[in-house]
Design a protein around this ligand. Structure first.
Ligand code: PMV
Length: 348
C-alpha cells in the first residue's frame, strides 16, 4: 500500500434495502449462494452510515472501532461489526491500518418488521470502498468489491449496491454473473418493471422465531434442496425473459411461486417451521381475488417472515389504493410502508 502519511477523513453513504423476486435460500462455503437470485432495489427503506477514519502506517493487531446506532452506543452490534471486519482482512487489507468511528441510522424504525441487514451491510461496504478510493487515490470506487464485501456480511446485501435490478449468483441467464458479487441487471428490461411499487404490509413486527442464518443452514439437509436450486435457476431464466417482453402475467406467476416455495421449504425443513401468520394468508387471498376480479396486475411476495410485499406497476396506483386500504386491518397498527424501485446507493 502506497500511503505515506497518517491520514484521516469521513465518508457517508445511504443504501437501500432490496426485495428478491427469485429468492436466495441456501448457501455453502464462505457465504456463497446455492442458487442465483434477482431483486428490485428499493428506495424508501434505507440505511445511512457515516464512517470517520484514521489511517495508521503500522499494522494494527486488533480492529479499532466505535459504533453508534441512531446516536446510541450498541455494544452487541459493535461486536458483530468487529468480527465481520476482522473476517474480511484478506479481501480488504486496509482494515488492518484503520481506526473507525461508525454511525448508522435507518429510515424505518427498529422492529418495524423490515430487516436492515441488506441496507446496513451495503452502506458499510460502500463506506469502506470510499475510504479505499480516498486513501489509495483510485479513480473509481470498485463496486464489485463493495458488493463482495457486502455479501460476506449478509448475502442479500450484495444486491443492494446497485440501482433498480440486481442479480447475484453464477448463472447462464446473466452475463458476468458471479457467486462472489452481484451485478446490476441492465439488459433491455421493459420500463414498466422499473416503475414498480412495493407496499410492505406489516403483519408482524416481532423478531422471527427462526433466523435467516438458521433457515439457510437447514437447506443443507432439506430433501428438496437439489430440485429447488435447479428450479430457482430456471425461474431466473423465465422471469428475465418476462421482464424483457413486458409479460406481467408470467412475472407475477414466478414472483408468487417463489414466495410460496421459500415458505414451503421452511415447512419441509428438519425440524419444520412456519413463519407465516394467519393474516399473511388473508392478505394473499385478497390480493389474488382483487387481481382476478379487477384484472389489475398486483402480486405478492414474501421475505423470510410474515410480512407481505405487494408489487404493482405505477400506472395502477389508483386502482390498488382501494385494495391497500382494505388490507390495512390485517396489519399491526394499520402499518404499511410504501416503497418502490429505486436508484441505489447515494454518497452524501
Ligand atoms: O441475506 P440473508 O442471509 O438475510 O438471506 C436473505 C434471504 C431472503 O431474503 C429470504 C431471500 C433473498 O434473496 O433476499
Amino acid at each position: 500500500m502506497e500511503i505515506e502519511n497518517s491520514t484521516s477523513g469521513q465518508v457517508k453513504w445511504r443504501c437501500p434495502s432490496n426485495i428478491a423476486l427469485v429468492k436466495y435460500w441456501g448457501k455453502y462455503g464462505r457465504q456463497y449462494p446455492s442458487n442465483p437470485s434477482i431483486s428490485f432495489t428499493l428506495s424508501e427503506a434505507h440505511t445511512t452510515t457515516s464512517v470517520s477514519y484514521e489511517y495508521s502506517k503500522e499494522k494494527l493487531e486488533d480492529i479499532h472501532l466505535t459504533f453508534k446506532f441512531e446516536g446510541e452506543s450498541k455494544p452487541a452490534f459493535e461486536n458483530k461489526i468487529k468480527k465481520f471486519l476482522d473476517s474480511i482482512r484478506d479481501v480488504y487489507p486496509l482494515i488492518s491500518h484503520l481506526k473507525l468511528d461508525i454511525e448508522s441510522s435507518n429510515s424505518f424504525p427498529h422492529s418495524s418488521g423490515i430487516a436492515s441487514s441488506a441496507s446496513s451491510m451495503a452502506a458499510l461496504s460502500m463506506c469502506l470502498l470510499s475510504i479505499q478510493k480516498e486513501l489509495l487515490g483510485e479513480d473509481n470506487l470498485d463496486i464489485n468489491q463493495a458488493s463482495n464485501i457486502a455479501r460476506l456480511g449478509s448475502g442479500s446485501a450484495s444486491r443492494s449496491v446497485y440501482p433498480e435490478i440486481a442479480a447475484w449468483g453464477q448463472t447462464e441467464h446473466v452475463s458476468d454473473s458471479s457467486n462472489d458479487y452481484a451485478v446490476e441487471y441492465t439488459e433491455s428490461i421493459d420500463p414498466i418493471f422499473k416503475s414498480f411499487h412495493d407496499d410492505i404490509l406489516i403483519v408482524s413486527a416481532d423478531e422471527k422465531s427462526v433466523s435467516s442464518r438458521a433457515g439457510h443452514a437447514l437447506m443443507e439437509c432439506n430433501p428438496y434442496s437439489a430440485a429447488r436450486f435447479q428450479q430457482a435457476n430456471d425461474h431466473l431464466g423465465i422471469i428475465i425473459k418476462a421482464m424483457k417482453e413486458g409479460d406481467l402475467d408470467t412475472f407475477g406467476l414466478i414472483v408468487e411461486k417463489e414466495a410460496l416455495t421459500l415458505h414451503a421449504l421452511m415447512m419441509a425443513s428438519e425440524p419444520p417451521y412456519i413463519l407465516l401468520e394467519p393474516n399473511t394468508l388473508n392478505i394473499i387471498r385478497e390480493i389474488q381475488k382483487f387481481r382476478s376480479d379487477n384484472n389489475v396486475p398486483v402480486y405478492f411476495t414474501l421475505d423470510a417472515g410474515p410480512n407481505i410485499h405487494m408489487l404493482y406497476p405505477h400506472q395502477y396506483v389508483t386502482e390498488v389504493a382501494t385494495l391497500k386500504e382494505s388490507l390495512r386491518s390485517y396489519c399491526v397498527n394499520g402499518k404499511i410502508i410504501e416503497d418502490k424501485v429505486g436508484q441505489g446507493p447515494i454518497k452524501l
